[in-house]
Design a protein around this ligand. Sequence first.
Ligand SMILES: *[C@@H]1O[C@H](CO)[C@@H](O)[C@H](O)[C@H]1NC(C)=O
Ligand SMILES: *[C@@H]1O[C@H](CO)[C@@H](O)[C@H](O)[C@H]1NC(C)=O
Length: 352
Amino acid sequence: MFKKLSALVLALPLVLAIPEKRALPAQCAKLVPVVEDLLENLFENQCGDAAHGALRLVFHDAIGISPIVGGGGADGSIITFNATELTFDANDGLDDVLATVGPFFLEHQNVISPGDFVQLAGALSLAACPGAPRVQFFAGRPPPKAASPNFLVPEPFNTTDQIIERFASVGFSPPEIIALLSSHSIAGADTVDPTIPGTPFDSTPSVYDTNIFIEVLLRGTLFPGTAGNQGEVETAVAGTLRLESDFELARDPRTACVWQEFALNQPLMADRFAPALFKLSLLGQNINRLTDCSSLIPQPPALKDAPEFPPGQNLGDIQQSCPTTRFPDLPTQPGPPLDVSPIPQADTSDDS
Ligand SMILES: *[C@@H]1O[C@H](CO)[C@@H](O)[C@H](O)[C@H]1NC(C)=O
Ligand SMILES: *[C@@H]1O[C@H](CO)[C@@H](O)[C@H](O)[C@H]1NC(C)=O
């Protein structure tokens, strides 16, 4: 497993080729220096903490819209109105992300709007994540008008009813929610248990694989840090943190079968993630006023990886949840039980 990963990582630089400027519409060509700066100096060509943060920012910016209380959606308000939005409980921990990402926006704000910047950084954040899909990027979002109202970003302690209802109000079906949640394959929590920042949600936070969907279905037995944190339940793999909302959605009859499908089918998970993330990037925006700059986004490296149970676990540890199809048997990864390392934290002092 480990060998396989390092081979993939070494192959990366070949993949990150940016198309020739002259083949691009002017609105896209002017973004080429932004793309190069983000890939090289923010993400450092890695699927690490800075990339995970940029992807999280997409979601927390875009979901800030509601047919009832308003908000501008994918408008970059989380950057411009950070003084308001970063005080929302659901945006806890995003101060670190903005400290890392914000200087890159300020550096390039003469050529890119805050809304475009959030979405461009999010699409590019996948570039070094093996197995991730290439996501479309459209440019031309006007500057945000106001901060998003509070309580629009779902929290890990919200019920599945609340989460499904919140997403439904902006046009996302339960399977689309799970597709978006596949981002937890390349993510971790900094503040759910504040004693252990950078604790990943699955055993392979630098690879967009199905482990998140397999591991969250395993019977939980331990907390990686302290017990009793709001929004956290016991995990099955030492060193990983399980969100209560992930646990519940994996077991809710409305979402359990698509959850299981993704657990068993990495290409399907990637295929569904790309359009769902693109749809998120258009919330509150009129696509007819935007320009397709998708060719700025590199194809992430491929992943050849069959689903497996983590070392020491087997089908007996799976909590069967899809009412119509049983979870099938899978091979178990060889070796001693995992103790997953924290995600090395991005250096917020480096804005070069
Ligand atoms: C965050 O908001 C403050 C104003 O409250 C602004 O000065 C700063 O530039 C914002 N950060 C970014 C990265 O835009
Ligand atoms: C999440 O739960 C809190 C506390 O009960 C509530 O105020 C908030 O509206 C909920 N969020 C969503 C998106 O339903």
